[in-house]
Design a protein around this ligand. Sequence first.
Ligand code: PPE
Length: 302
Amino acid sequence: MKAEKVWMDGKMVDWDKAQVHVCTHALHYGSGVFEGIRAYETEKGTAIFRLKEHIDRLYNSAKILKMEIPYSKEEFKQAVRNTIKENNLKSCYIRPLVYRGFEQLGVNPLKCPVNCAIAVWEWGAYLGEEAFKKGIRTKISSYARSYINSTSQKAKICGNYVNSIFAKMEAIEEGVDEAILLDTQGYVTEGSGENLFWVRNGVIYTTPTATVLEGITRDAVIKVAQDMGYQVQEKRTGRDELYISDELFFTGTAAEVTPIREIDNYQIGEGKCGPVTENIQKKFFAIVKGEEEKYLSWLDYI
Ligand code: PPE
């Protein structure tokens, strides 16, 4: 993973020089917030998918962690577009980061500066190219999703991801691709870096957002599925409902729309991408590539 330039606090810096001090507050305590955005190649040039929604979420995450971003949203969006142009990338993953920098250590972050960066790089299929057709293998994690009042799931906080890291490491070490976490009461939440959907008797379900990240892909998939005539419902459920669902899939900026073929050694459906997932996946990829008139307002051409 590498590109030419990284945007750091208003300046384009060489990739190899995009560095911070080891006493950066966020490095010690996870006091940062980030975004994951994708830009796709379309017939009319590179387009960023739902840039507005991602930047709005970044500013909300920063607000929750009491960090004031020293740029307007418009300036930040322009910096994202400029970083892609500067790196001559046609399609890429975009990682804005807002973090407490170096001034002093100690848990209190309020004295530390708020620094900003935007890195972009080429990032293919998050869970492997063949996952889109074959589906991936998952397990219910032995780690619970952080309790709703222990941190904030509305904010995409760097430190939150230690919870995801434990779940991901466990899944990989046990030979599956991804973890699904339950909350502290045992209800299904989401993957280590994806929202979760399941299909039963033609109805599409997903978890309510209280204990999961308000995914922007999740929101897009709900709207698109409804437009396609599917019934979509938010539902709190246990792991057992997943075992007997007809289809299961993940959504996320990195994961896009990835089918799940197995959970806890239970095969789901035919053990490959199911028909509802396939319909949604096809529509999603057509939308991000600018082939769907109806959803062009979700694209920000650079
Ligand atoms: N839940 C979590 C915990 C999560 O991290 C993501 C995105 C989502 C749901 C889906 O949200 P959205 O991208 O808005 O649809 N995870 C990001 C980081 C993944 C990583 O490995 O890093 C992403 O997909 O960009």
